[in-house]
Design a protein around this ligand. Sequence first.
Ligand SMILES: Nc1ncnc2c1ncn2[C@@H]1O[C@H](COP(=O)(O)OP(=O)(O)OP(=O)(O)O)[C@@H](O)[C@H]1O
Length: 414
Amino acid sequence: MEPQPPPAMPADIDLGKLQAMRVLGKGAMGTVFLVSDPATPSSLFALKVVDKSSYATKYDADRRARWEIAVLSRLHHPFLPTLLATADTADLLAWAVPYCPGGDLNVLRHRQTDRVFSPSVIRFYAAEILCALHHLHQMGIVYRDLKPENILIQQSGHLCLTDFDLSRQLSRRTGTAATPAPVLEASRPRHRRNLTRIMFALSDAGGDLLLQLKKVKSARVSPVSRRKPSFSTVERSNSFVGTEEYVAPEVVRGDGHEFAVDWWAFGILLYEMMYGRTPFRGSNRKETFRNVLTKSPEFLGKRTALIDLIERLLEKDPEKRLGYGFGAPEIREHEFFRGLRWDLLTEVSRPPFLAPPEGERELTEKVTAKGGVCVLEYFQGKKCASVPGSPSRSTLRSQPSVCGREEEEGLTEF
Ligand SMILES: Nc1ncnc2c1ncn2[C@@H]1O[C@H](COP(=O)(O)OP(=O)(O)OP(=O)(O)O)[C@@H](O)[C@H]1O
């Protein structure tokens, strides 16, 4: 599939007048805001803001943020974000990417019956993720942080990977990880603007964004708790090598970070979408890592093409893992994807789930008794979510009849 050109920021947008509408999410590194341009209210963007002063020491946020910007600036693909603008002040580093209103795949899965996706939905999402990873690998970038929380749903219902601060540029020849000095200023697309004015404009105009940033910080939303939807008891720990349940055996062993670590994580993701849990989770990091190294994944039910694919991706020896030799094209050939029209993937106009239009959602942010930020989300007048600090845990309009419709429309052949 040919990557589509990036969506250009509207020519008449005045970045100096962007308004922060609400907090979309909070990670280890920064806070992501939903921002709009009052001149064109329909254009909404996600603005990730990293406060250099608070996080620099603990997370080396400045370096990681610059790396993420450098990676984003090179991405041009329908299932990957496009860098729209950057800002770099003494205290803050910020960048804008297109807004994904559908929340993430983890939240969406928890909203399904039995918290699992059907094989046809898994096939659709797996195909899009495979395309995104293929594009990254072709650029020599290993993603290293594949997990449902980093897979966002665009307005169109198609997917978009996010969070590239753990990604690395690989030398194709040796496969060894190398982190070249990130280039923040180089090769900016024509439409990219400098957001420095926003920061100053906002602080001049009462510090709307800065005020929100302060409020979020004081809420002490931890990177782990933000991962936890209010309706789930599942928590994941992030470490320097990625999220523990998704870490490949060769990374646990300290053997290296080849492209195959993404194919391992792809296998874990498919397993989680199918069974509603990851295969190697233990009661602590040590046990999880031991399971990753020694345990075989358990497969319930009858043998299917999906199970075969997962098993071949969860091969502990990276050199025997599906995708090791020839990358995504090798995985695309697997029986699970047989009949899939890869060239028409972006043309699917009714993907499995669609986000409700922005206007139909109401979000109210309130400060809790303990001083945290809680977001109440209403959909068509009914309260549907109450999430600590992260309104991105949004309700999705699910279209459970997708399999029927797919067959009706011949989309299983897309
Ligand atoms: N384009 C977007 N549209 C909507 N929500 C977004 C977007 N980008 C990020 N978010 C939300 O913000 C959250 C934090 O973003 P992100 O994962 O990039 O931050 P981070 O600080 O790098 O996190 P981590 O702790 O994993 O490193 C995401 O989980 C998601 O909920």
